[in-house]
Design a protein around this ligand. Structure first.
Ligand code: HEM
Ligand code: SF4
Length: 571
């Protein structure tokens, strides 16, 4: 590919001198925001510049113009594994330097919102001081590595966590700019100059221009696909025989984001490519990363993810290239595939006499409000019992290593603070998830996190009327087609298309192994539940024994569902 064809972000990365750009200068400047070019480089340090869109609208209503700039700061936490002390420190940061809420993300990370530019360096430095990192949480590099957070004692769970840690360390950017910009004493003037150095030495895996686009890795089990392995660029599915991981099925080319106006874009599930033994998993990951680094599209960011390369080449050619980089042929995948999904909610035994508690956190938002002091309750539990913490891919939080005798008191703390116990949450709410969207996400076209709770209230009523209240299915909502809450493989996906209107998808499944399809487009928010009710009614009436809602919709197909809904609309 010739240089002049590269997308503008490629040029910025190339000229940034290993992710320096003008960050240090702009950090030091007395301004409330960064420039457009610097924002692109900043993402690699886990931070997005945003503006409070409610505040923007309020200003406009007051006859003023301009924006209220804020930064989102995301920590990368392999397998969502952290300590109580680290979680408490993130809550302190949210209170002192953020908007007093902390968000558990749908990829086992944590996000602070509302950080002012003037506090950005202190925020990132403090995150590093507690042994967490924001480096590579966003940007064109390998993002957070996900793995099943089940804290079961038994080598297979510890082994997948160890692989997640190894992959995360191996694929982390190495640029000294990270230390220089964020971790050095701002007054010491310390500078490391690497301009012109050999890319092989500075960034042995990424080189000067890093990846063409974000890259996501997830490690799952066939019997527990809680990390949604098929949505990842690269998935490792543990093949467990006689209680031992004998290797991994390697899946490539999953990804959710799409631009509806660009026909060349699409959501894709990963494809099963190969089988590797555990000792070669990191080498295969490196080979896949390097193939995407060298052949992924760098001219058009819309089609730069690995899924487009796999689509362009076909799986066979892609595999051949990976084998070339890997240095030997790769075996075909083993037959094991996803059979179940465990969201790890509620009490469960770990296998060492201790328990863990999976706490449902609605849309991952840890906050206090008039009725529910969730943040305070979590603080009290972390301070008094110091449990281990795990974050799940459904944005829930696990307290681990709990003595059986402390279970009652933990529940009592939650109750005292008005927090519903996980067992009291309806099935539909438990399996629902929304992306952040308004007011912070600059890409949001419609509301998501702020409206899903009410929508679930309505659905609960309708499901109860239909006697379907115990039926597990996923409802995932996003404020734009980028798909951050993984809506395209959910039983029901609601994707913001324009202000107040959504595309309604049906026919995915809880197991995450099938994409859904568009049932209706541009449905106003208040019409979403009324649009779904006929389908749920049809489902109750015509389902085969044990059939799930997503399977039912996929079996019937769009024409049949539409015909039935129209015929029965007013009956
Ligand atoms: C072109 C595609 C995408 C773009 C430009 C994009 C951009 C963003 C932005 C700006 C945010 C910050 C929102 C905020 O906190 O205010 C965000 C959040 C997030 N995105 Fe994406 N995103 C894309 C696709 C995806 C996909 C496909 C996934 C996962 C399957 C994903 C996972 C996340 C996660 C985990 C968060 C954190 C908040 C949450 O849990 O919802 N993103 N994304
Ligand atoms: S799906 Fe769209 S609106 Fe939601 S967080 Fe992602 S980019 Fe923002």
């Amino acid at each position: 590919m010739s240089d002049q064809k590269q997308s503008p972000v490629e040029v910025l990365k190339l000229e940034s001198n290993y992710l320096r750009g003008n960050i240090a200068e702009e950090l030091a400047a007395d301004t409330d925001c960064f420039t457009h070019d610097t924002i692109q480089i900043l993402k690699h340090y886990g931070t997005y510049q945003q503006d409070d869109r409610d505040a923007r609208a309020a200003k406009r209503a007051d006859g003023q113009s301009g924006k209220v700039y804020i930064m989102m700061v995301r920590s990368k936490i392999p397998g969502g594994k952290l300590t109580s002390r680290q979680l408490l420190a993130q809550l302190d940061l949210a209170d002192e330097l953020g908007n007093s809420t902390l968000r558990i993300t749908s990829r086992q990370g944590l996000q602070l919102h509302g950080v002012l530019k003037a506090n950005l360096q202190a925020t990132i430095r403090r995150i590093n001081e507690i042994q967490l990192s924001t480096l590579g949480a966003c940007g064109d590099v390998n993002r957070n590595v996900m793995c099943c957070p089940g804290p079961y004692v038994g080598s297979i769970y510890q082994e997948t966590q160890a692989l997640a840690d190894r992959l995360a360390a191996h694929l982390a950017p190495r640029t000294p700019a990270h230390h220089e910009i964020w971790l050095s004493d701002p007054d010491s003037g310390e500078k490391t100059l690497v301009g012109g150095s050999d890319p092989e030495e500075v960034e042995p895996i990424y080189g000067r221009v890093y990846m063409p686009r974000k890259f996501k890795i997830g490690i799952g089990f066939p019997f527990d696909n809680c990390i949604d392995i098929y949505t990842h660029d690269l998935g490792f599915m543990a093949v467990v025989r006689d209680g031992r991981i004998v290797g991994y099925n390697v899946l490539v080319g999953g990804g959710m984001g799409t631009t509806p106006s660009a026909a060349k874009t699409f959501p894709a599930l990963a494809q099963r490519m190969a089988f590797v033994t555990p000792d070669r998993a990191v080498d295969v990951a490196t080979a896949v990363v390097k193939v995407q680094r060298d052949f992924g599209n760098r001219e058009d960011r819309k089609i730069a993810r690995l899924k487009y390369l796999v689509h362009r080449w076909g799986l066979e050619q892609f595999k051949a290239k990976v084998e070339e980089y890997f240095g030997s042929p790769l075996a075909d995948p083993e037959p094991e595939d996803v059979t179940a999904f465990n969201d790890h909610i509620g009490w469960d035994e770990q296998g060492d006499g201790k328990w863990f508690y999976g706490l449902h956190v609605e849309n991952g938002r840890i906050k206090d409000d008039e009725t529910t002091q969730l943040k305070t309750a979590i603080r009290e539990i972390c301070t008094r019992f110091e449990p281990g913490i795990r974050l799940t891919a459904h944005a829930a939080l696990l307290f681990t290593g709990i003595d059986p005798g402390d279970r009652g008191e933990i529940e009592a703390i939650l109750r005292r603070h008005g927090v519903k116990l996980s067992e009291e949450i309806s099935t539909v709410r438990r399996w629902s998830m929304a992306c952040v969207a308004l007011p912070t996400c600059g890409l949001a076209l419609a509301e998501s996190e702020r409206v899903l709770p009410d929508l679930i209230d309505q659905l609960e009523v309708e499901l109860a009327k239909l006697g379907l209240e115990n039926e597990p299915f996923t409802v995932r909502m996003t404020g734009c087609p980028n798909g951050c809450a993984r809506p395209y493989n959910a039983d029901i996906g609601l994707v913001g298309k324009t202000r107040g209107k959504y595309t309604v998808f049906v026919g995915g499944r809880l197991l995450g192994t099938r994409l859904n399809f568009i049932y209706r487009d541009l449905v106003p928010l208040e019409e979403v539940v009324p649009t779904l009710v006929p389908l749920l009614t049809y489902f109750r009436q015509d389902r085969t024994p044990g059939e799930t809602f997503g399977d039912f919709c996929a079996r019937k197909g769009l024409d049949d569902l539409t015909a039935w809904a129209e015929t029965n609309a007013h009956s």
